[in-house]
Design a protein around this ligand. Structure first.
Ligand code: IVH
Length: 674
């Protein structure tokens, strides 16, 4: 070897060491730019001396000649599949069988590994060099995908260390990390290409690329989990876990989440642990693979038609399944919003049976292009609510129907209105619509509202349907005699319901505001409103301008509140509720003196005050009936400017709003003794 050749070889070795540290040990020794510099140095040297370029140089990972097709390769040792266990029982039976067949083992060790959701691959090394990579194919014959596998950074082109056998075939899974998958799909869509359905499809599609440049850009990963032909110059260790450990020292990446466990309890514990970890793993898994750790017993156990008897795959419940979309129905919400709901042929997904899933709104249905009669993909990952991902286009027939939002409410037949600039369609029936009434009542009695127990959805439905209750205030007119007339309602339960309703009359201002069901006024906003206004009358009279001053209330919510209290039918219901005797403790505030110059005024505080904090000042003003807001507008009556007042003061001056100093203010309050 001349010195150039030696230099090239030294660089290659160094780069291979860094690849190993980075991809296998997860412990990089140099920074990315340093690595890039080494790599660049090699590229330059090889460019100047092309006679020394060899196929195992790291620079050759990006092949340049697209192939015409894939060559078929017969496996030296067949590539088997795995039997599946779908339950704890199945797994228990597997363990029992091994126990019976292997009486010499008092306890059984298993190598437990995540079941990666990718593709099985066979890597053939001869004299330490990667010479061929093949897919599993039908188990006997696979496809030669060496050109693409060479682009996988974590797969060593040359084994490192020493002592490897002349022929070494390792097997493992090629997969795409969740992150790479997301990025790839985003790029696909930007280019106007189709997105891949899942990381497995993306990995398969990538390995079958004819142009290795494309595979190189897609960043596949690899973890090993087995072997094929191994020449006899390396005596196999006795345990599976020891083989894997040895292969790792030769530079092959292994799964860091693999463990050795003991007995069926150990298997179960590992399963629970991985299932809990599943969503946070950087790659997709669809179960756990357990392998007998004692290799010396493999031979006596042997194989079934397609799988070894010494291993099993315990599958997780599927997170994505196919089922038929029977119909799309409309649900009418409390505020009249129409929500399309998918009625599905019941199907087990993620461990539960699913027969409905929300489709959110019309835009979503169009975007996903789902049609009634389609076979659809339903997904439920972890504790997430089931979702219709999209149609299986290959299964679409001419019998499918497109969905259209109805022009009239399916419940009360009032006109349906689409809100300008929003995806929401609403029934215009308001509280005339029985569906809205039911939802309004459900909300009214719910735990965070008046918390009336015993008034379940079924009973509410009955009460609305027989017409005894139209609005929440009608609840308070219900008698035991009347309720007992309902089907399946004994006098005792009727009494309980009436008692619960009567007890609910004693409440808090915040709960009362919340129970009214003002659009977008949730529990927290209701509390903020109660704290701010301390009086229901004041809230009812407040203008949007004053409402915005309340914590977390924006323009839209303020407008919703103002509009709500302008509607005659809402005022009637409120009147009815107050007449029925709903009450709450009146907050203890200083009596409002009607002749204070601040009563009913809109005030802004700015700058730093000397006499007490701004919060205290705010409380004093509010006790006098003023509304304290955060921003200056033409509607502001006073700006009280402390020291170092800034833009608010400037704005007040520009708008001609009366500006008071802290002293002025205290004088007007009659507090200035100085
Ligand atoms: S062992 C003879 N281990 O699952 C043993 N397979 O359903 C063969 N897979 O074709 C495979 N992770 O593509 C094994 N840790 C793992 C695996 C794994 C994923 C795949 C592999 C195999 C399929 C069998």
């Amino acid at each position: 070897m001349n010195s150039i050749e030696q230099q090239i070889q030294a660089l290659r070795d160094e780069i291979a060491q860094h690849n190993y540290a980075y991809y296998v040990l997860d412990d990089p020794q140099i920074s990315d730019p340093q690595y890039d510099a080494l790599y660049h140095q090699l590229v330059e040297l090889e460019k100047a001396n092309p006679q020394y370029i060899t196929p195992d140089s790291p620079t050759q990972r990006v092949g340049d000649q697209p192939l015409a097709g894939f060559k078929s390769v017969k496996h030296a040792v067949p590539m088997f599949s795995l039997d599946n266990a779908f339950s704890q029982d199945d797994l228990g039976n597997f363990h029992k069988r091994l126990h019976e067949r292997l009486p010499s083992l008092s306890e059984i060790e298993y190598a437990a590994e995540p079941k990666m959701d990718g593709l099985a691959i066979n890597l053939r090394y001869e004299h330490g060099k990667l010479i061929q990579a093949t897919t599993r194919g039908d188990g006997t014959t696979g496809e030669d995908v060496t050109h693409n596998v060479r682009t996988i950074q974590s797969i060593p082109l040359c084994l490192i260390g020493r002592g490897w056998p002349e022929v070494l075939e390792v097997r493992g899974e090629v997969f795409m990390s969740k992150q790479t998958f997301e990025q790839l799909n985003q790029k696909q869509l930007e280019k106007g290409d189709k997105a891949f359905a899942n990381p497995r499809n993306a990995a398969a599609g990538t390995l079958r690329q004819l142009d290795p440049k494309i595979s190189a850009q897609r960043h596949l990963s690899f973890y090993l989990y087995g072997w094929g032909e191994i020449s006899s110059d390396w005596p196999l260790p006795q345990k599976y876990s020891e083989v894997i450990q040895q292969l790792r020292t030769w530079g092959l990446p292994t799964n860091p989440d693999a463990e050795v466990v003991v007995g069926d309890q150990g298997m179960q514990r590992y399963y629970d642990k991985l299932q809990a970890k599943r969503v946070d793993l950087p790659y997709e898994i669809d179960g756990i693979v357990y392998k007998l750790n004692a290799i010396d017993h493999y031979h006596e156990l042997g194989f079934t038609a397609k799988a070894p008897r010494w291993a099993i795959a315990r599958k997780f419940p599927a997170e994505e399944v196919w089922t038929e979309l029977l119909d799309i129905e409309i649900q009418v919400g409390r505020t009249g919003a129409l929500t399309p709901v998918a009625r599905l042929q019941p199907v087990a997904v993620g461990g539960v049976t699913v027969s409905n899933a929300t489709l959110h709104n019309q835009d979503e249905i169009i975007r996903k292009d789902v049609r009634i009669g389609d076979t659809v993909i339903v997904r439920r990952a972890g504790d997430v609510i089931p979702e219709v991902v999209g149609p299986v286009l290959s299964k679409r027939t001419e019998h499918v129907r497109c969905f259209a939002m109805p022009s009239h409410c399916p419940v009360c037949h009032s006109e349906v209105i689409k809100e300008h600039d929003k995806a929401v369609y609403r029934c215009s029936g308001g509280l005339f619509c029985p569906a809205q009434r039911k939802r309004a009542l459900q909300h009214f009695v719910s735990r965070k509202a008046l918390d009336i127990q015993g008034l379940g959805d079924k009973l509410i439905e009955q009460l609305i349907d027989v017409g005894w209750v139209k609005h929440p205030d009608d609840l308070f007119k219900l008698t035991v005699e009347r309720l007992s007339q309902l089907e399946r309602m004994a006098e005792k339960s009727a009494q309980n319901v009436v008692d619960a309703i009567q007890n609910a009359k004693e409440t808090t201002l915040a709960r009362f505001i919340y129970c009214l069901g003002i659009p977008e006024v949730g529990e927290v906003t209701a509390k903020n409103l109660a704290n701010h206004f301390q009086s229901f009358e004041k809230l009812m009279q407040a203008h949007a301008e004053q409402l915005i001053a309340v914590k977390d209330v924006g323009e839209i919510v303020a407008e919703n509140i103002e509009t709500f209290f302008k509607q005659a039918h809402n005022l009637e219901v409120i009147e009815g509720l107050l007449q029925a005797g709903i009450h709450w403790p009146v907050p203890q505030v200083a009596a409002v003196s009607a002749d204070s110059p601040f009563t009913g005024k809109v005030v802004v505080l700015t700058g730093s005050l000397q006499q007490g904090s701004r919060t205290q000042a705010k409380q004093k003003l509010e006790a006098l009936g003023a509304t304290v807001t955060g921003s200056v507008s033409a509607k502001t009556d006073f700006v009280i400017a402390g020291e170092k007042a800034g833009s608010k003061l400037t704005k007040a001056q520009a708008l001609g709003v009366t500006v008071l100093t802290e002293q002025d203010w205290l004088t007007m309050m009659g507090e200035n003794n100085g």
